[in-house]
Design a protein around this ligand. Structure first.
Ligand SMILES: Cc1cc2nc3c(=O)[nH]c(=O)nc-3n(C[C@H](O)[C@H](O)[C@H](O)COP(=O)(O)OP(=O)(O)OC[C@H]3O[C@@H](n4cnc5c(N)ncnc54)[C@H](O)[C@@H]3O)c2cc1C
Length: 142
């Protein structure tokens, strides 16, 4: 994959020299073969700073993990992969009368990126941050 496809929104630093797919990263992590600090998840690059960049190793393109696994049309509780965009969640849930409780100023962020940066919206004083509305998640660490 070309490194140029993995900038940050603010073009803070040069993109990571190397990028790998999520499936490859998961196999490395589960096999204990990933060196510490060698892998960093890349959501959709909407961070202003360098938090989605990894000059010391590779970024992992999370956007292929983009399945919505379950949605409860009664409660609005949704189970999805980390690479799903908020825009896709909105498109899926809105016809049932649901909308995410907290959204940042762009819908083109991934679920994983919204959780990791614990993003806030204009209703922060009432609904808190994104994490206030996350029931659980699974985290793989290098
Ligand atoms: C126009 C615009 C408006 C914005 N408005 C707001 C706002 O109102 N409020 C606000 O809080 N933010 C706002 N932001 C910032 C944006 O919401 C955050 O930077 C968000 O985290 C970007 O998500 P992303 O999926 O693009 O993640 P990236 O920018 O790609 O990554 C962000 C961080 O999450 C990590 N990460 C991503 N996916 C995973 C994963 N699956 N597993 C583990 N780690 C992961 C990355 O390693 C990185 O550290 C705005 C950004 C833009 C461009």
């Amino acid at each position: 994959m070309a490194a140029g496809r993995f900038p940050s929104f603010g073009l803070a630093t040069p993109p990571a020299p190397r990028a790998i797919g999520a499936d490859e990263a998961i196999a490395l992590l589960k096999g204990g073969q990933a060196k510490p600090a060698s892998l960093l998840a890349y959501g959709n690059g909407r961070s202003y700073g360098d938090s989605c960049q990894n000059g010391a190793g590779a970024v992992v393109d999370m956007r292929s993990l983009n399945r919505i696994h379950a949605f409860n049309a009664e409660t609005g509780v949704l189970k999805a992969d980390a690479g799903v965009l908020l825009s896709d969640i909105i498109a899926h849930a809105a016809p049932y009368g649901f909308f995410p409780a907290v959204v940042p100023g762009t819908q083109f962020v991934t679920l994983g990126g919204a959780i990791v940066n614990d993003v806030h919206g204009k209703n922060h004083h009432r609904r808190g941050t994104f994490g206030c509305h996350v029931e659980s998640f699974t985290l793989l660490r290098s």
